[in-house]
Design a protein around this ligand. Structure first.
Ligand SMILES: [Zn+2]
Ligand SMILES: [Zn+2]
Length: 283
């Protein structure tokens, strides 16, 4: 398995502890721009465990696109995860989408419209209008993630809850857009992805099959050891369902239960390598 939503820990050992504990062969690292050199070092030290990395920096800074472009030219595989207090179809993000198309690298986006805490705010808002962007930037590869992305898998979603647990009303925009737009992909990470795969068991297997080339396994897990130690859902009361658990393990279990071995391999290994254009290492 390759964990395609892996936020780097400060040391090589801490990164390997989560990978080994959760049973993953490799990680795709989502790093801050300032940590790009560390990502290169991890890849050089453990080339079969760290397959590549994305970088992210404040999108409202005037030189954001210039800095991210330079980072891609010196080895980053994408932009992400992009998580800032802007509209997903605003000017800051549009220039990022244009640059990603030019460089031919994916953009991983955190869509969140319901704050988890009193001070957190919201990120990349206006998801219900995002089909306009998918049409306007056909050459940009978008990887969607987080609460608003996954809650909109149900057609009745009213941007009112972080993690709805009710049965899925078929025909939600996320499901529909994954079918309609070849440039939209999804990472299955975090409580949001796990929630979408578990809230309505009658939905899951067919959804995974329907989008077999569009979905990538990822965890976004912050536990220490790949078994839920430390604080795995800190500061996010809505995600208490997974507190004390490793999101990677939980989501891999759901995926395994709802796929054939061939489909499982696509979701947890092949798709991530293809979308982020990574070299497939053999263990
Ligand atoms: Zn995120
Ligand atoms: Zn974990």
């Amino acid at each position: 398995m390759i964990d395609c939503h892996f936020h780097p820990r400060p040391t090589l050992e801490a990164n390997l502890a989560h990978l080994n504990g959760s049973g993953c062969q490799a990680a795709y690292l989502l790093a801050r721009l300032t940590a790009a050199d560390d990502m290169k070092r991890f890849m050089a030290q453990e080339p079969t465990r760290f397959a590549g990395y994305s970088v992210s920096t404040g999108v409202s800074a005037p030189d954001a696109v210039k800095l991210l472009t330079e980072a891609v030219k010196s080895g980053a595989h994408g932009f992400g995860e992009v998580k800032y207090h802007v509209e997903a179809d605003g000017p800051e993000m549009r220039r990022l989408y244009a640059a990603a198309a030019e460089l031919d690298v994916p953009v991983t986006i955190h869509f969140q419209e319901v704050p988890h805490t009193a001070t957190e705010g919201v990120f990349n808002t206006g998801f219900k209008r995002f089909d306009t962007i998918l049409k306007e930037f056909p050459k940009t590869t978008f990887v969607g993630h987080c609460d608003a992305f996954w809650a909109n898998i149900s057609a009745d979603y009213a941007t009112d809850k972080d993690y709805p647990r009710t049965p899925i009303v078929r025909g939600g925009i996320t499901d529909k857009w994954l079918s309609d737009y070849p440039n939209l992909f999804a990472d299955l990470s975090a409580n949001s992805g796990n929630n979408a795969l578990t809230r309505d068991p009658s939905f899951t297997a067919d959804f995974l099959k329907r989008h077999k080339d569009k979905l990538l396994f990822g965890s976004d897990c912050s536990c220490k050891d790949g078994h839920g130690a430390g604080i795995s859902q800190g500061g996010n009361p809505g995600a208490a369902r997974l507190a004390g658990k490793c999101v990677a393990r939980e989501t891999l279990t759901v995926l395994k239960a709802n796929t054939t071995p061939e489909l499982f391999r696509r979701l947890v290994w092949e798709n991530g390598h293809r979308v982020y254009k990574l070299k497939m290492a053999t263990a």
